[in-house]
Design a protein around this ligand. Structure first.
Ligand code: MLT
Length: 411
């Protein structure tokens, strides 16, 4: 008899965005001519920029010639990309990394989901609430939680409320936790942590021998120059934090797939015997065993993101989406709604009229406006009463969605 991993049975019915896709399909089956505007999943809509595409094309040509063809690449990524990442994302911020500390991968989602494998199954996990569901679900799968309770909280997880009452900056746990997931700018609230707030977490992690898993996938959307784009801008972070970055939202790579994770050599955790062990060594061991690297073609494309012209084009992409964010924020605010985010992140966190459950609002918005968004409760119990809209849509469709929403009465 083959038994399943019964931890999977503790999960909610389906992954959040799979559930939304199912709802849309059901609606379309009944209303085949509905002109639906999708502001649900944070998927980019602008094409890959010219400079990046040119690099991809020439890499494709290289693969077609015997003298420049490449088979398996290094699992950790090619040096040309790793060095470019360090030179552009860290050196200008006076942060030094050696190439062994940066691991190129096919997505921040995979890395934030896989990283927990390195840590003991009895590790106590703290997550912001609301937050990107992968952190919680991957730990449920690994057996670090109990069952989900009636109030929507999983047993054994330490939830860190991240709400308007605390300015979307979670307080430190009053218990000892081992793994802390932080996401800044936060998905879904669209708010970013300051250096002072990060310092508080770094000090907590140092004191409690905890590790921070810092998801910075949206960092290029930060417009406030006083806010940190990397946790390593804050002293002490190298000893306690792993950072996840992605080209998905920065350069339109959601379909191309490329990301990178920084695991500093200084970061250590404990063996069963209480001895310190390098987390970098473990991640390298994990990646070389289970991952065969990102395609050369994709890594050449990612390298081109950092060329002067690539940077200019990427900046334009981000400005386009952030203009969408402003259109949504201004439209909803002028219509009398309370909204958060949208300034340092491409997500708008919309406070729903009192009494409407966010999962019901998914259907209401679809029925009344033919617009798709993401229910706040899908990101955690504290997300109830909120709804997330993405700024990654097409400009005209975003304007149209705001027009439809603001001309509709929901109560
Ligand atoms: C989201 O909508 O939250 C993101 O697109 C999901 C992801 O990046 O995996």
């Amino acid at each position: 008899m083959t038994k399943i991993n019964s931890n999977y049975l503790k999960l909610q019915g389906s992954y959040l965005f799979a559930h939304i896709a199912k709802q849309i399909n059901a609606f379309l089956a009944k209303n085949p001519n509905a002109d639906i505007i999708r502001l649900g999943i944070g998927d980019v809509t602008l094409p890959i920029t010219k400079t990046v595409l040119d690099a991809m094309h020439s890499a494709v040509d290289e693969m077609g010639k015997k003298e420049s063809f490449r088979g398996y690449g290094p699992e950790q990524g090619y040096d040309f990309l790793i060095n470019t990442i360090i030179e552009n994302d860290y050196t200008p911020r006076s942060i030094q990394f050696s190439k062994e500390e940066v691991f190129v991968s096919d997505g921040a989602k995979c890395d934030v989901g896989n990283i927990q494998e390195l840590f003991s199954t009895d590790s106590i996990v703290a997550i912001c609430d609301p937050v990107y569901p992968v952190y919680l679900d991957s730990n449920v799968m690994a057996g670090r939680t109990g069952e989900i309770k009636d109030n929507g909280y999983f047993d054994k997880i330490v939830y860190l409320p991240t709400n308007k009452e605390n300015g979307f900056s979670p307080s430190l746990p009053d218990t000892n936790v081992n793994l802390i997931y932080l996401c800044s700018p936060n998905n879904p609230t669209g708010t970013a942590l300051t250096k002072e707030e990060l310092k508080k977490w770094i000090d907590y992690a140092t004191k409690n021998k905890a590790i921070i898993l810092y998801d910075a996938a949206y960092r290029e959307y930060i417009t406030d120059e006083t806010l940190p784009k990397s946790i390593y801008e804050v002293e002490g972070a190298k000893k306690v934090a792993i950072e996840f970055n992605s080209f998905s939202k920065t350069a339109g790579f959601t379909g191309v797939r490329c990301a990178y994770t920084v695991v500093p050599k200084e970061l250590e955790a404990y063996t069963d015997k209480g001895e310190l062990y390098s987390v970098n060594k473990l991640w390298n061991r994990r990646q070389t065993t289970k991952f065969n690297g990102v395609p050369y073609i994709v890594q050449k494309a990612a390298e081109a993101v950092y060329s002067p012209q690539g940077k200019k084009e990427t900046k334009e992409l981000i400005e386009y989406y952030m203009t969408n964010a402003k259109i949504i924020t201004d439209g909803l605010t002028n219509a009398g709604y309370e909204v958060y985010g949208g300034v340092n992140a491409p997500y708008i966190w919309w406070k729903l009229p009192a009494g409407i459950k966010s999962i019901d609002f998914l259907d209401i918005l679809l029925e009344k406006c033919h617009v798709v968004g993401t229910p706040g409760s899908g990101f955690g119990p504290e997300g109830e009463g909120y709804f997330r809209l993405t700024a990654f849509g097409d400009r005209d469709r975003t304007i149209e969605a705001v027009k439809r929403i603001t001309s509709t009465k929901f109560v």
